[in-house]
Design a protein around this ligand. Structure first.
Ligand SMILES: *Cc1c(COP(=O)(O)O)cnc(C)c1O
Length: 223
């Protein structure tokens, strides 16, 4: 059973302006509907197939966020309905999303995922790769550059996590000034999960992506 108190306490902890994305990966339709009935309209998924199925079965009104590694051959499965792709982690992926968007006469909302952790496993662009993309951002006319995303190290060391979020906020501020000074669209920083969302919110996150604190723990083997 999903407890409304869990959601209420997360909401209470979020400063105004920080939006909650309920990460529903691996969770069945019925549980998502339960959370939806508590007033949550933003859900996050990390597998294109699963997202595509849920988009078809759940209310139109839901804003679907894609938060996982996206292979270029899977873009088609989600591009028509996705609200925001948080996890653009390569120039190649960005170019393909743009290409598919042009075919469909769409503009696709994207965040550029930045590598901020000190772990080998996390995806993301380096600062140099980010700059390379932004230097030529006009070649992606059908991409709405909405901001940056990052995942902190998985550690109990709060200072380390805070430092990584601070770094992402600083990078956001600097590219905002250099590349998007007149573009109000570039305004989002997606950072913070169940274990670190309060730190992220304190460091200027605008989207927190929370799964287990809402839905309960996922099976460790399928994370
Ligand atoms: C699974 C996942 C989350 C949510 O994780 P929790 O720790 O369950 O809150 C957030 N962001 C991404 C990219 C994820 O894959």
């Amino acid at each position: 059973m999903i407890l409304k108190e869990n959601i209420d306490s997360i909401r209470k902890n979020l400063p105004p302006g920080v939006k909650l994305v309920a990460v529903s990966k691996f969770k069945p339709i019925e549980e998502i509907m339960e959370v939806y009935k508590f007033g949550i309209k933003d859900f996050g998924e990390n597998r294109p197939q699963e997202l595509s199925k849920k988009m078809n079965e759940l209310p139109e009104e839901i804003n679907w966020h894609f938060i996982g590694h996206l292979q270029t051959n899977k873009i088609k499965m989600i591009i028509d309905r996705v609200y925001l792709i948080h996890s653009v982690d390569s120039q190649k992926l960005l170019a393909e999303i743009n290409k598919e968007a042009i075919k469909r006469d769409l503009r696709v909302n994207c965040l550029l995922q930045i590598y901020i952790a000190s772990e080998e496993t996390k995806q993301g662009l380096s600062e140099a790769e980010l700059i390379e993309i932004l230097d030529m951002k006009s070649v992606y006319p059908n991409i709405n550059f909405k901001g940056l995303m990052g995942m902190a190290s998985f550690t109990d060391n709060q200072d380390k996590v805070r430092g990584e979020f601070k770094y992402l906020r600083g990078l956001f501020n600097s590219v905002k000034q250099s590349y998007f000074a007149d573009d109000s669209m570039f305004s989002e920083i997606s950072m913070g999960m169940s274990g670190d969302y309060q730190i992220a919110a304190g460091e200027g996150s605008t989207f927190v992506r929370i799964g287990s604190l809402i839905f309960g723990e996922r099976e460790a083997t399928i994370q």
